[in-house]
Ligand binder design. Sequence first.
Ligand code: NAI
Ligand code: MG
Length: 498
Amino acid sequence: MAKKNKKTQKNKSKKTQPKKGFHFEYDEALESTAVVKLKKKYGLFIGGEFKASKSGKTFKTENPATGEKLAELALADKKDVDSAVQAAKKAFKAWSELSGKERGKYLFRIARLIQERSREFAVLETLDGGKPIKESRDVDIPLAANHFFYYAGWADKLDYAFPGKKIKPVGVCGQIIPWNFPLLMAAWKLAPALAAGNTVVLKPAEQTSLTALLLAEVIQEAELPKGVVNIITGEGKTGAALVDHPDVKKIAFTGSTDIGKTIAKAIAGSDKKLTLELGGKSANIIFEDAAIDQAVEGIVNGIFFNQGHVCCAGSRVLVQESIKDEVIAKLKKRMSTLRVGNPLDKNTDVGAINSKEQLEKINSLVAIGKKEGGRFHEVDCALPKKGYYCKPCFFEGQTPASTLSRVEVFGPVLSIMTFRTPDEAVKIANDSNYGLAAGIWSEKSSKIHKIASELKAGVIWGNTYNKFDPAAPFGGYKESGFGREGGLHGLYPYVEVR
Ligand code: NAI
Ligand code: MG
């Protein structure tokens, strides 16, 4: 296996070759990038074809693990957005009138093609976004395929999903997604919309559009009718043009709370439907009767998975005072085993920060945490010289008023607080502008259920964290947004119920 890898690595283009000099270097463990055939320039996917932007303008996407450019992407402006919306509008009648069974067949086909090309998707996801290959390979890509499988199953069962009701698809849906789970978020958005008979214009994040464009190839290969899915690349302005387009009947957005608010204002008073999946500052609550070693794993997975670029990250740990010292000591020990570095290394636990801007944001928040006087601990490791990296770290002795207990960092930075009683834990956990997720660790399931019923959070895990399943609805309260994605609930925003 190792030999074969070395051979294929020789054929790689220089650009995509993983660089040497990382702290944790396991040559034979490096995933080969030969499976990915990067193009120099990528077009917009409109009406089933790839085309240049009308203005000819482009922007670059880079590999955050090295800071090097990967490719140029077409920059869609208002006119391109209009072309994509018109293509989706044209395709709507036939697609919405197709039987659910036939629509389901296309979704099954897309799901299978993602599985067939999963290695290519995984390597490309890691190259473009910096997440560890083991996460792209074992989490993002399989889950994306599973979302298509799951909603393929609903396509011909909509009468059972809405018993006794007449339903109609909404029309052209505009979907705007972030950079932290690029392919997975595309799947979350596309699969329910298509199952319910809508057509779509999707805009991936400017930092990580490549797997969405590979998905466009898969969609072509699946022979999905032209215009049912259109994928346009661009920046915030492109997203805003999609939001403002009068023929778009629904907007689904995942991203920052600030932009979520901007979008809500922009469509207020229009006939557009809206779902927002925004930020979080989720509490991971560890009770003294919890299995401590497992809880420590849950803390690590909660905050360091995907470098902490996770909307539902367990970024506030609330630990019962009686076990605080033990938990902190075990956490430090466990963190010292984390491998930080080259995302293409199969042994890497924490990869690259998604962009220079995000790294700067994280660093400035860590500086604020230090200024406020929290006890700071970070993993003692060397970081790669090139690219954007951040040492996993935590602040101890935080209060609910500390900046790092309130502001979403979206990086591998944890805020730790203590509590004495279950009531106090609930009070601190709910003391947040956000309400996306929570974790509860205890040996008593009755306690977990009681605490869960008192938390204002959309997703609550018991004795685990960051577990995702297409059948489980996901979404938040308060400034974490509204509407649910996944499960039966995920169909609601994509239908008109009569
Ligand atoms: P962002 O919210 O600006 O970007 C998300 C998506 O929205 C991208 O596709 C972007 O092009 C698009 N967009 C930007 N401005 C828009 C507008 N006016 N109208 C329509 N679409 C627009 O997030 P950004 O700047 O990449 O990250 C900033 C912070 O947001 C992060 O540090 C993190 O705290 C938070 N964030 C949260 C996410 C989550 O899943 N909850 C995902 C990404 C970022
Ligand atoms: Mg990139």
